[in-house]
Design a protein around this ligand. Structure first.
Ligand SMILES: *[C@@H]1O[C@H](CO)[C@@H](O)[C@H](O)[C@H]1NC(C)=O
Ligand SMILES: *[C@@H]1O[C@H](CO)[C@@H](O)[C@H](O)[C@H]1NC(C)=O
Ligand SMILES: *[C@@H]1O[C@H](CO)[C@@H](O)[C@H](O)[C@H]1NC(C)=O
Ligand SMILES: *[C@@H]1O[C@H](CO)[C@@H](O)[C@H](O)[C@H]1NC(C)=O
Ligand SMILES: *[C@@H]1O[C@H](CO)[C@@H](O)[C@H](O)[C@H]1NC(C)=O
Length: 545
């Protein structure tokens, strides 16, 4: 059947704006100056289908630099928050993974690990961080962060040893939260011939298999900077060989025979990195299930509010993705591509931006554009811990990007549909729209429902009228705005859903996150500096049945 393509008119006006003042991000407009935007929608076919765990999260390996901090993972509050993000991968990796070795303390009592924290059946309930200890750990973490920051600035990394206990805590956290663990192995353990020395990894794998831990693997983090970080140079071809070696080791194990292996977790294309990726794929493509690269829009130490709202900055994701995909298509066509680590700003995030409401524009746009470009999984740096790009802050309270992520999980399915917004005046840059089938798994919406999500990067409100074929459907709106109006609000650490500030009810309960029903045919109102999901439950999209 041919595509149902429809044009609809989107009237954008600022007439109803209560607090319109001259915007600093774009030239001032006047009340009579509205633009008309067309939406082109195709509900008949799925454009791309992404992984069911598309939105995934990371915990930086720096958490284990001192093993006691791994106990933060037993916080009931954190587990409640993590559960709401499943299904998702949890990657444990980052710079420090290549400075970490497994140092088992009771390996030889082989059949019985009674010391291990993951033995009991009711482990998820039994192993909980007492409030007093949680409080102390959170305080000490603040000091630990200062140390970690210093290491990062000087690029001097201590080597770290971790025990079975760290592995158990990590695994029980992911297993009890319904997340799938990806563990990043140390690749900077080298033999005299400069190939990967796998002996420590073998010991770790044996331990994990003895515990029947179902998990997948990575090897090395940002190999393009091994020389800067450790004075070790590994070329692309050798990198690929290291992965082949790891795949062989996994195949020797019953449990990990067919498990996931992802890599090479290279930084975004620049300079020699493209050659490195090419060389890697030539020798290693067959060993991996997905090719991972890292993406950040800006440098956290040198960015601004304007960057976070700049459509040109948001569009750089497409340029970089095309570049990577081109390389992959040449050497290993069809290979899945993941953002193995991604966030707004590198260098730990931008203080006061990456952890505030404004970060949502970069995050939601990345989720929308990334899926449209055909990226299969995006792993958000980070769920908790290092830097300011976390979803959950140092008090283990959720930040605006956390709430955005939970709503995305609930409402957005893996099927990407085609939607385009364009204007006769060519002024649609600051309105960005994406369309997916509504998530069939976690919602009770009708078959054929679609979820539209939109961002307004401007100060004033937008009015979007729904395309004719779906305007007959009732809509449910989930509008996210800062707790405070205007530009000030962009720096807020609180977010409102349909006017209500989002907060956990208690440490085991999230609020219900309800939408506001809109009568059929009504215009969708998108306030300035906001983003929203609209579920059109009676859209009867062929592609979504
Ligand atoms: C391990 O713990 C269980 C339950 O407490 C006990 O029955 C078992 O004998 C212990 N095994 C060893 C080797 O200590
Ligand atoms: C958690 O562990 C149990 C028992 O090993 C296993 O059956 C289950 O699939 C695991 N769940 C996840 C999400 O890993
Ligand atoms: C791994 O899987 C292959 C086929 O999938 C099988 O032939 C082989 O015996 C398995 N190896 C182990 C160690 O289980
Ligand atoms: C947001 O609303 C303002 C005011 O109507 C409008 O000028 C702007 O284009 C809108 N931006 C988006 C991204 O819709
Ligand atoms: C809209 O819905 C009404 C009531 O469900 C129905 O009678 C009408 O035919 C629908 N119109 C379109 C264009 O689908």
């Amino acid at each position: 059947m041919s595509g149902i393509s429809i044009l609809a008119c989107v009237m954008i006006s600022m007439l109803s704006s209560g607090y319109y003042v001259v915007a600093s991000v774009e030239p001032a407009r006047y009340e009579w100056d509205f633009e008309s935007v067309n939406l082109n929608v195709d509900l008949s076919r799925v454009l791309k289908k992404v992984n069911g765990r598309f939105l995934s999260v990371a915990i930086d390996a720096s958490l284990v630099a001192e093993e006691k901090f791994m106990y933060l993972l037993t916080s009931p509050k954190l587990r409640t928050l993590a559960k709401a993000l499943s299904p998702a991968f949890l990657r444990f990796g980052g710079t420090r993974q290549d400075f970490m070795t497994f140092n088992p303390t009771f390996l030889h009592s082989n059949e019985n690990h009674n010391n291990s924290v993951f033995d009991a059946d009711d482990i998820c309930e039994r192993l909980e961080l007492p409030p007093l200890l949680e409080k102390r750990l959170k305080q000490e973490w603040t000091l630990q962060e200062v140390l970690l920051d210093k290491e990062d600035l000087q690029r001097k990394y201590r080597s770290v040893k971790f025990t079975e206990c760290a592995v158990d805590l990590l695994y029980s956290f992911t297993n009890c939260s319904g997340l799938d663990l990806i563990f990043g192995l140390n690749e900077l353990l080298r033999t005299s011939g400069n190939s990967w020395d796998s002996s420590n990894a073998r010991t770790l794998l044996q331990y994990c298999e003895s515990k029947q831990y179902s998990m997948s693997w990575e090897l090395g983090n940002e190999p393009n900077s091994y020389e800067k970080k450790a004075g070790i140079r590994v070329d692309g071809y050798q990198l690929g060989q290291d992965f082949v070696q790891l795949r062989k080791i996994l195949q020797e194990s019953k449990l990990y025979n067919n498990t996931g292996l992802y890599g090479p977790d290279i930084s975004q294309p620049r300079d020699h990195r493209r050659d490195l990726l090419e060389g890697f794929l030539e020798s290693g493509a067959e060993a991996i299930d997905a090719c991972t690269w890292h993406h950040y829009y800006v440098n956290g130490r040198d960015t601004s509010l304007e960057d976070f709202l700049d459509p040109e900055v948001l569009n750089t994701l497409a340029l970089k993705t095309h570049e990577v995909m081109e390389t992959i298509e040449l050497t290993s066509p069809g290979k899945k591509v993941w953002l193995g680590e991604t966030s707004s700003a590198y260098g730990g995030g931008a203080k006061g931006l990456s952890d505030t409401f404004v970060a949502g524009f970069m995050w939601l746009d990345k989720l929308g554009l990334g899926a449209k470009l055909g990226l299969d999984v995006l792993i958000r740096q980070v769920l908790i811990g290092s830097g300011t790009y976390h979803l959950v802050d140092e008090n283990l309270d959720p930040l605006p990007d956390y709430w955005l992520s939970v709503l995305y999980k609930r409402l957005v399915g893996p099927e990407v549909l085609s939607i385009e917004a364009f204007s006769i005046l060519g002024k649609t840059k600051r309105v960005r729209v994406y369309l997916h089938c509504t998530n069939k798994k976690s919602t009770s919406y009708k078959s054929g429902a679609v979820t539209l999500f939109a961002l307004n990067l401007s100060k004033g409100p937008a009015r979007i009228s729904v395309p004719v074929t779906i305007s007959n459907s009732t809509a449910e709106a989930f509008v996210l705005q800062s707790e405070q109006p205007g530009e000030e609000g962009l720096y807020s650490k609180s977010v409102k859903l349909n006017g209500e500030v989002l907060k956990m009810v208690d440490e085991r309960t999230l609020p219900s996150l309800q939408g506001t029903p809109l009568p059929a045919g009504e215009h969708l109102r998108l306030p300035g500096y906001s983003f929203a999901f609209y579920v059109l439950s009676e859209a009867q999209a062929l592609a979504c049945r």
